[in-house]
Write a protein that binds this ligand. Structure first.
Ligand SMILES: [Zn+2]
Length: 105
C-alpha cells in the first residue's frame, strides 16, 4: 500500500534538517516545527523549506508503521535491516555442501 505525496526538506540552523510531507512550503514548516517539538512562530522565520519532489508514503508489511521512501519497498528501513540480518543468520545454518563434479562430501 502506497500513496504519492509531496516531500519537503526543511532546514533550520539550530534544529537541523528534516524531510516532511506537506502540500505547501508553509505547511511543511508547521509540520517540521511539530516534529522537532519547537514553537512554530519562534522558529519559522529561520526555516528554509525546499521542495524535493514526489515520494511514496508506504505502510510497512512487518510493523505496519508508515514511512516515506523514494522507491517502493514492502518494509521500513528498520525492518529491512532486521530482515537482511535474519536471512544472513538463516544462511549460516545451512550446511555447506560441495556440489561440484567429483567432490567428496
Ligand atoms: Zn517496519
Amino acid at each position: 500500500m502506497s500513496d504519492r505525496v509531496k516531500a519537503w526538506r526543511v532546514t533550520h540552523p539550530e534544529c537541523g534538517e528534516i524531510v516532511v510531507i506537506a502540500d505547501s512550503a508553509a505547511i511543511a514548516t508547521t509540520e517540521a516545527a511539530a516534529q522537532w517539538g519547537v514553537s512554530w512562530p519562534k522558529t519559522a522565520a529561520m526555516m528554509d523549506a525546499v521542495y524535493i519532489g514526489m515520494r511514496l508514503y508506504c505502510t510497512c508489511s512487518r510493523c505496519k508503521r508508515q514511512f516515506v521512501t523514494e522507491v517502493k519497498t514492502a518494509r521500513c528501513p528498520a525492518c529491512q535491516k532486521t530482515h537482511e540480518y535474519e536471512i544472513k543468520k538463516y544462511a549460516q545454518r545451512i550446511p555447506y555442501v560441495d556440489r561440484r563434479a567429483g567432490a567428496k562430501n
